[in-house]
Ligand binder design. Structure first.
Ligand SMILES: [Zn+2]
Length: 105
């Protein structure tokens, strides 16, 4: 088994804001990860939390525990939950501001 260094080709298909985030992350800014959402199935009461340094970002969904589908990308906006058209999973964008002022009132 020979060691293969990870190549930077993944950067090529990233465009716009997503690319900006990736570049920020490579620069060590933020610490928000950029992988497709996995984990417990998102519901209205317990949406999948997507962390971002921006007010919107591209999110990829491949379904949940019971429902699998092809990778589907959509734009997620802060302050608005998004339901995946394929599996009905609910996503919510969480920004640093959301985390910081959660108990503001
Ligand atoms: Zn889905």
């Amino acid at each position: 088994m020979k060691a293969e260094s990870s190549s930077p080709v993944v950067e090529e298909w990233m465009v716009g804001r997503q690319r900006e985030e990736a570049e920020l992350e490579m620069a060590g800014v933020g610490g928000f990860n950029d992988t497709p959402a996995t984990g417990p199935f998102g519901t209205l009461d317990h949406p999948v939390k997507i962390y971002s340094s921006f007010n919107s970002r591209i999110v990829g969904c491949k379904g949940g525990d019971d429902v699998k589908h092809r990778l589907l990308w959509f734009q997620l906006h802060a302050g608005r939950k998004h339901m995946c058209n394929e599996c009905g999973q609910i996503f919510k964008l969480v920004t640093p501001a959301d985390e910081g002022v959660a108990q503001a009132h």
